[in-house]
Design a protein around this ligand. Structure first.
Ligand code: SF4
Length: 66
């Protein structure tokens, strides 16, 4: 099955809504919680969440140092 999301910017190859990579089902995505994700997409969403968590942890460490 294929679909076209109206938020997807073909020219920039990213989500116009999130101004970031299109990973269907990610937090803030129009499809979040509405569809059953494939195993591959679930892994990409989990990897993205991990990355964001690490970035947040890094930022709070920097804030504590200053
Ligand atoms: S992340 Fe979601 S809302 Fe954004 S372009 Fe992709 S499918 Fe659409």
């Amino acid at each position: 099955m294929t679909f076209h999301c109206r938020n997807y910017d073909l020219n920039l190859d990213q989500c116009r809504k999130l101004h970031d990579d299109c990973i269907p089902g990610r937090r803030g995505c129009a499809l979040e919680g509405k569809v059953k994700l494939s195993e591959e997409l679930e892994k990409r969403v989990a990897a993205l969440e991990e990355k964001k968590q690490r970035q947040r942890a890094g930022k709070s460490k920097k804030a504590r140092r200053s």
